[in-house]
Design a protein around this ligand. Structure first.
Ligand SMILES: [Zn+2]
Length: 99
């Protein structure tokens, strides 16, 4: 029913964990902060939009992972998580730019 051509696919949109943008799932990079630590069953993946994914590659991956854990990804509701995450990223960036 023309579904294949729609760009307004709510079912398939995900929120980028880095910038909070909503992107289509097919355009997002799946980011699994815990690797295979948990079963895939009921697992919640994080997503990054392409620009953020690219940016992530320029930063230390370990840093992002610890930030995600610190921001309690998957443990809080999305709004709280995104706020925590944004704060942590800001702190991190501030720390890096200081001598
Ligand atoms: Zn993003």
């Amino acid at each position: 029913m023309g579904r294949w051509n729609t760009t307004d696919a709510d079912d398939d949109s995900v929120v980028c964990i880095a910038c909070g943008d909503t992107v289509s799932r097919s355009a997002a990079r799946e980011y699994d902060k815990y690797g295979d630590r948990w079963n895939r069953d009921g697992k919640r993946f994080e997503y990054l939009c392409k620009p953020c994914d690219k940016e992530r590659c320029n930063h230390s991956r370990d840093g992002l992972e610890s930030l995600l854990v610190e921001a309690e990804a998957g443990k809080t509701d999305e709004k709280t998580f995104l706020r925590n995450f944004a704060e942590l990223v800001e702190e991190d960036a501030g720390a890096e730019s200081r001598p």
